[in-house]
Design a protein around this ligand. Structure first.
Ligand SMILES: Nc1ncnc2c1ncn2[C@@H]1O[C@H](COP(=O)(O)OP(=O)(O)OP(=O)(O)O)[C@@H](O)[C@H]1O
Length: 259
């Protein structure tokens, strides 16, 4: 990392997400049973939880794709539980999604893939501005040399990084990463973890990182929150969360630490 890369200070006076008493059920199944969670400006928050505990449901509620049954969900100063469709669209532009299925367009070069969201969202950009923005995000993910390549010529890790670059080009204030290291080998995973941290520093983003890769959690999380039985039972630094005698926490640690 170069000299200008240093961890930006988290601003604990600025909550970008504030969730209180969030509940969500599907029929008789109570997935989220009273969630309280804050995300601060420039913070990386890792959400841990076993498969099926409601991590994706939580992200969908934050991004307005699912409605909460109860509770308050403030995102960038707006309550998404009572938002109009138009305001929701505006809000979504300020959020970057890095999801497992956010695939690149196979028939377009890296450059075209990166231009795509820009050209669609900001109609009046000049060629020079577009080129500069593409180069800036490519540089940020360390893949300038791939600009004219096709996605099929890239490794899985490189494709993931280009996907993150494509999200960054719209300058999101919040980044949501869903299983960012799933399916990647340990070294490639480490590169993605470093990138998540670099994005936070360079772009001053606040992030929620959903994972069950504990190496990723430890490397990226300023704070870790563990979802157990529909609630965040434990929140704190990685070490604080796992310094627990709770059998469920111990079990999670034993089965998920890949290294
Ligand atoms: N639209 C829906 N309708 C009915 N049930 C749903 C719906 N969405 C999610 N669920 C249920 O809610 C529970 C939590 O799902 P969710 O996808 O949030 O889990 P997760 O923690 O993200 O798990 P994973 O790590 O496997 O992705 C699951 O039991 C799922 O079947």
């Amino acid at each position: 990392m170069d000299m200008e890369d240093h961890k930006s200070a988290i601003d604990y006076n600025d909550k970008v997400i504030s969730i209180k008493g969030l509940k969500k059920s599907f029929g008789d199944y109570h997935v989220l049973r009273g969630i309280d969670l804050d995300l601060y400006k420039k913070e990386n928050l890792v959400v841990l939880g076993r498969s099926g505990t409601g991590k994706s449901v939580l992200i969908k509620i934050i991004s307005g794709l699912l409605k909460a049954d109860e509770g308050q969900v403030d995102v960038l100063g707006t309550d998404v539980t009572s938002i109009t469709p138009r305001d929701l669209m505006e809000l979504r532009r300020r959020i970057g999604f890095s999801f497992q299925n956010s695939a690149l367009y196979d028939s377009m070069t890296v450059r075209k893939n990166l231009e795509f969201p820009l050209v669609r969202n900001q109609k009046n950009l000049r060629r020079k501005e577009i080129d500069e923005m593409v180069e800036r995000v490519l540089e940020a993910v360390g893949l300038k040399q791939t600009i004219n390549q096709m996605p099929s010529e890239l490794s899985g890790g490189q494709r993931k990084r280009i996907g993150i670059a494509r999200t960054l080009i719209l300058r999101p204030e919040i980044m949501l990463y869903d299983e960012p290291t799933a399916g990647l080998d340990p070294i490639t995973s480490m590169e993605i973890n470093n990138l998540i941290n670099r994005v936070q520093e360079r772009f001053n983003t606040s992030s929620i990182i959903i994972t069950h890769d504990l190496t990723c959690a430890k490397a990226t999380g300023d704070r870790v929150a563990m979802l157990l039985d529909g609630q965040f039972q434990r929140q704190g630094t990685f070490d604080e969360v796992f310094a627990s005698n709770d059998e469920r926490v111990k079990q999670f640690y034993d089965y998920n630490f890949i290294n």
